[in-house]
Design a protein around this ligand. Sequence first.
Ligand code: PHE
Length: 342
Amino acid sequence: MSVLNELEKIKEEGQNEISDASSLEGLESARVSFLGKKGKVTTILKSLGDLSSEERPAIGKKANEVRQFMENIINKRKKELENEVLKRKLEEEVIDITLPGKRSPAGKRHLITQIIDEITDVFIGLGYKVAEGPEVETEYYNFDALNTPVDHPARSLMDTLYTQKDGVLLRTHTSPVQVRVMKETLPPVYIIAPGKAYRKDVPDPSHSPMFHQVEGLAVDKNITFGDLKGTLEAFAKQIFGADREVRLRPHFFPFTEPSVEVDVSCIMCNGKGCRVCGGVGWLEILGAGMVDPNVLNEVGYDPEEVSGFAFGMGVERIAMLKYGVNDIRLFYENDLRFLEQF
Ligand code: PHE
């Protein structure tokens, strides 16, 4: 068989194998068997040098034509097969972009935690530090050091939760933290102490045996009652709104003298009188006063050198006023329908 005939035969063979190739792998092995280093076309091209100068031009031309032809149909088939692969992949991996997405439920901070963080931010902004103390407290820190007489009704078994151990109780307020901080540090002191407090109350819409307070204490040279009022005003405006006004009413606490209860102008009616404030136009938000000299003496401070103010607020009460929540028990029932609103 002449070389030209052979080339023609190879061309036909190649054409069939290439169009029959049903995968990219199959096509590649077909390519190797014709155009690879030892492929049929390559072998002929390599042997051109052995030919006589009469034969060479025609055979050379034909051999190159065949090679070119094969390259073309291989590339064409390759594209076809690649498209098939892509099409199959797309069909297998259909994504319906109109389906609703999966929303993973995100947790959030409890409203009480949010309010504590808000209050904390306000006082951090005023230069205060955050302090903490134990919830299981001694009678000494909870009452004695806070100038509370032994026969004070707050100490009674009716109001205070005592442990089995003598002189150990669940703190009834965050005020013992005042004493702990002052005993540990020299003035000036500017701290707030958020945390839980416990009282022997039967749960009802406005009472819970466990609740939260934020205590505040400032002791320095020349601290005055005016400083207390200004601080509380700044606080009330930031938490309840810039239009709020603050009113101080005389009150009594064993550990402050003078003592006050602090009202903020009603956040609903702004003082006109409505259902939320019971028609009086004011809402009570906290207790406060100038630190009693007896307390300063107890912690080793000199009342002639320094003075201070303290305040304590109920976090639940502030949350209830701010969001119109009418039952304190809602905060502890863990009903997501309630909690998710905040
Ligand atoms: N400890 C008081 C209470 O629980 C609040 C208070 C704190 C009052 C600090 C004055 C000063 O009611």
